[in-house]
Design a protein around this ligand. Structure first.
Ligand code: NAD
Ligand code: UDP
Length: 316
């Protein structure tokens, strides 16, 4: 029998690319999504495959299915979306984790958690190794996401220690590529759409804050390496991301150059608790998973720009 794999959040940006990769491996894929930020368009091309199934379901409610592996990705990821209904964001991370861990316990499935670099908050240690406990505001506008994801990690480790569950946790650093939501407010999608439409490029703050951008194919490769790692008891958390760090201003300049855009850069207020710097220390991923990103920012941006150009043209 083929491996039966559940992907929660499977019609979102990362989830849909993960479904593609798992279908290619000939697994039976069950994509579960409530379509809050995901869209059927992202997985439309899989609908006719006999090893793909789509279920509309909100993971804050229990789910009874039979599976061998669970990738838990369901959760809005962009600040605009996760702050839209912060209580639901926390519920998705916390109740959602409890429901998926319960499912893993009953079915004895291996379970993977899509955690985040946001567990480090506005980091004082730079770059961030997994051993760093972070600098997180528990009561700010980003807390529903950051603390929700931190609590989910706690739950995963308690199920591991208490019920001997086979857990795998990755901490994802900023990832970009085709199928990002064009209006999700994340910096890469915002700047590309603004540049292609000839609108002002909105830098928040002075643009000296940094991020490290990983292309989606590298990230999905890392997910599968982690999930299929044979060393029992290697739980993570393990950082996955591209360690090449850019300032937001440098990112804007790159996107203007690659799109040949005449847009001008304008400066807006920095959102509250916006992290000053972010760069993954990926020594653990390199050593334990033999994983490292391979796609440069330039090559990845070209792919993302081509995708956004396509959807902007299809709106006209
Ligand atoms: P996304 O918003 O495109 O995907 C999230 C998916 O989860 C969407 O399809 C959404 O409809 C679904 N969803 C949300 N709440 C749900 C619920 N209660 N029940 C069922 N489905 C629900 O975001 P993404 O960038 O693909 O992120 C996927 C995962 O990776 C998230 O858990 C996110 O926190 C994590 N992550 C992403 C990044 C990144 O840079 N993309 C960085 C760190 C962590
Ligand atoms: N940002 C920006 N202009 C935008 C969108 C985002 O300058 O139009 C900045 C944002 O303030 C942050 C960085 O880009 O410093 C990354 O933002 P994003 O929302 O993509 O991710 P996160 O802050 O969660 O890393």
């Amino acid at each position: 029998m083929n491996k039966r794999v559940l992907v929660t959040g499977g019609s979102g940006f990362l989830g849909s690319h993960l479904c593609d990769a798992l279908i290619k491996k000939n697994y039976d894929v069950l994509c579960v999504d409530n379509f809050f930020t995901g869209t059927k368009n992202n997985i439309m091309h899989l609908i006719d495959k006999k090893n793909f199934e789509l279920l509309r379901h909100d993971i804050t409610f229990p789910l009874y299915v039979e599976v061998d592996e669970i990738y838990n990705l369901a959760c809005p990821a962009s600040p605009i979306h996760y702050q839209f209904d912060p209580v639901q964001t926390t519920k998705t991370s916390v109740h959602g984790a409890i429901n998926m861990l319960g499912l893993a316990k009953r079915t004895k499935a291996r379970i993977f958690q899509a955690s985040t670099s946001e567990v480090y908050g506005d980091p004082i240690v730079h770059p961030q190794p997994e051993s760093y406990w972070g600098n997180v505001n528990p009561i700010g506008p980003r807390s529903c996401y950051d603390e929700g994801k931190r609590c989910a990690e706690t739950l995963f480790f308690d199920y591991y220690r208490q019920h001997n569950l086979d857990i795998k946790i990755v901490r994802i650093f900023n990832t970009y590529g085709p199928r990002m939501h064009p209006n999700d407010g994340r910096v890469v999608s915002n700047f590309i759409v603004q540049a292609l439409k000839g609108k002002d490029i909105t830098i928040y703050g002075d643009g000296t804050q940094t991020r490290s951008f990983c292309y989606v194919s590298d990230m999905i490769d890392g997910f599968i390496k982690m999930m299929e790692d044979t060393e029992y008891g290697f739980t993570g958390p393990v950082n996955l991301g591209n360690p090449t760090e850019y300032s937001i201003f440098e990112l804007a300049e790159n996107i203007l150059r690659l799109t040949n855009s005449k847009s001008k850069i304008i400066y807006k207020d920095l959102p509250q608790d916006d992290p000053r710097q972010r760069q993954p220390d990926i020594a653990l991923a390199r050593a334990a998973l033999k994983w490292a990103p391979t796609v440069s920012l330039e090559d990845g941006l070209k792919e993302a720009i081509a995708y956004f150009r396509g959807i902007i043209l299809s709106y006209l």
